[in-house]
Design a protein around this ligand. Structure first.
Ligand code: ARG
Length: 462
């Protein structure tokens, strides 16, 4: 029973079928550096508590160091007899430092407090990586927004032409949710940092006078678990991480969908860079937005990982249950998915070429300036209810004649309503329309320039 951390009370070894089901080294082996760091911190508190001589302590640290180096070089591997990363590393440590010294390390800890702690440290590391990658994407949006400050595009609701907006304004509308996602990761991190489970033991705590706060500090936490049952049983930190990663996927998918639409022959709003698009094995002319499509698809996968996690946790009684081993693969998958998706998506965004002439040409079409007529009438003293009706009548007239609003003659305007004097023409351009929306958060060029600064300020504060 070499690779098992238990066995004393069993007359025979486990069946091969049980071993096959129970084994987790094929996915938890990547936690090795985190497990070793936890063991180092644990050795330190064992010594402080007087349970390790200085010589044994030094020998344990040496052994852990050697395992870390062998892992880094790719040489350290689990054995098929190992149940999980914890058992494998204990076996390997015993091989390195001998059973007398190596056998002292497990005192006062359980795999239950170990796994809860080191999974937190792993996720905190990756939360930082993902936050950095999301900020890179925000950076690409910022650069594109700054480079296209004058460009006007059709703004849409219900995917129909609604009102003209600045392209920069639209691009920054994708940056803000991503900044909130980064802030969510930071909030999550502060909560997780305050709660290091080491010292919780199997569920009831430990009796050996070990200092959980010292372990917490050494592992980069700000505090240790206040309740050892909660410390070993809680996985809301995993579910919350799963939510934020799913949310990032969903936020990215919304821009992805637009890139897919914008790159069609029908829209022709953007051209993808050759290095960031793909071809077809049969149709020689094809240039496909695969990065955006994969982003759209992977959002579904990230949502699935979160749903699976929540289903695993639902109605699970306290404290540790082996079900909890199922928390790792979905989150590892979410981490790996985002870490490969985000750099590709950012590269695609950074190299997008915008067809600003076509956007500008389409911006005033589809009667997208009807609201401007209504608001002009309001400024001239007409009640909005009437102004809305009058602008609607202008649209109806244009539709019956097959023309756009600015093509109505002065006589036709006056016939629709006497208040519609030729002054209304001032607002019947896309430029006039965007410039008039100059309240905070609006699409007027001065406001959008301000917004570019505001995004930079938020990024600097994160
Ligand atoms: N590998 C387990 C997990 O990932 C930790 C081991 C706890 N096992 C146990 N029998 N208490 O959750």
């Amino acid at each position: 029973n070499q690779g098992k951390l238990w066995g004393g009370r069993f007359a025979g070894g486990p069946s091969p079928e049980l071993d096959a089901l129970s084994r987790s080294t094929h996915f938890d082996w990547r936690l090795t550096p985190y497990d070793l760091a936890g063991s180092r911190a644990h050795a330190n508190v064992l010594r402080t508590a007087g349970l390790l001589t200085d010589a044994d302590h030094a020998e344990l640290l040496r052994g852990l160091e050697v395992l870390g180096e062998r892992f880094a070089s790719g040489e350290l591997q689990p054995d098929p007899s190992d149940e999980d990363v914890h058992g494998a590393l204990e076996r390997l440590l015993l091989e390195e430092v001998g059973p007398d010294v190596g056998g002292r390390l497990r005192a006062g800890r359980s795999r239950n407090d170990q796994i809860a702690t080191l999974f937190k440290v792993f996720l905190r590391d990756h939360a930082r990586v993902i936050a950095g990658q999301v900020l890179d994407l925000v950076g690409a949006l910022q650069v594109q927004a700054e480079e296209h400050l004058g460009a006007i595009m059709p703004g849409r609701t219900h995917l129909q032409h609604a009102q003209p907006v600045l392209l920069s304004h639209h691009l920054l509308a994708h940056a803000w949710p991503l900044l909130r996602d980064v802030a969510r990761l930071a909030d999550w991190d502060a909560r997780v940092a305050a709660d290091s489970p080491y010292g919780s033991g199997a569920l009831a705590g430990q009796s050996l006078g070990l200092d959980p706060e010292a372990v917490a500090a050494e592992l980069g936490f700000t505090g240790s678990s206040a309740n050892s049952i909660d410390g070993t049983a809680a996985r809301d930190f995993v579910a919350e991480f799963g939510f934020v990663t799913a949310m990032i996927g969903v936020d990215v998918s919304r821009f992805a969908e637009e890139v897919i639409l914008w790159s069609t022959r029908e829209f022709e709003f953007v051209t993808l860079h050759d290095s960031w698009s793909t071809g077809s094995s049969i149709m020689p002319q094809k240039k496909n937005p695969d990065i955006a499509e994969l982003a759209r698809g992977k959002a579904g996968r990230l949502i699935g990982n979160l749903s699976g996690l929540l289903a695993t946790l639902k109605a699970l009684p306290l404290a540790y249950n082996r079900d909890l081993q199922e928390d790792k693969e979905p989150v590892f998958d979410s981490v790996d998915t985002l870490e490969v998706l985000l750099p590709a998506f950012t590269g695609m965004v950074a190299t997008l070429r915008f067809n600003t002439d076509r956007m500008a040409e389409l911006a005033p079409q589809g009667f997208s300036l009807a609201t401007d007529i209504a608001e002009w009438l309001v400024r001239e003293g007409t009640p909005f209810r009437i102004a809305h009706e009058v602008a609607g009548a202008c649209v109806r007239e244009c539709e019956s004649q097959g023309i756009e609003l600015h093509e109505l003659t002065d006589e036709q305007f006056a016939a629709i309503h006497p208040a519609l004097n030729p002054g209304v023409r001032d607002v019947l351009t896309a430029e006039g329309s965007v410039s008039s929306r100059d309240g905070r958060g609006g699409t007027a060029p001065a406001r959008v320039r301000e917004q570019v600064q505001e995004v930079s300020g938020v990024v600097a504060d994160l």
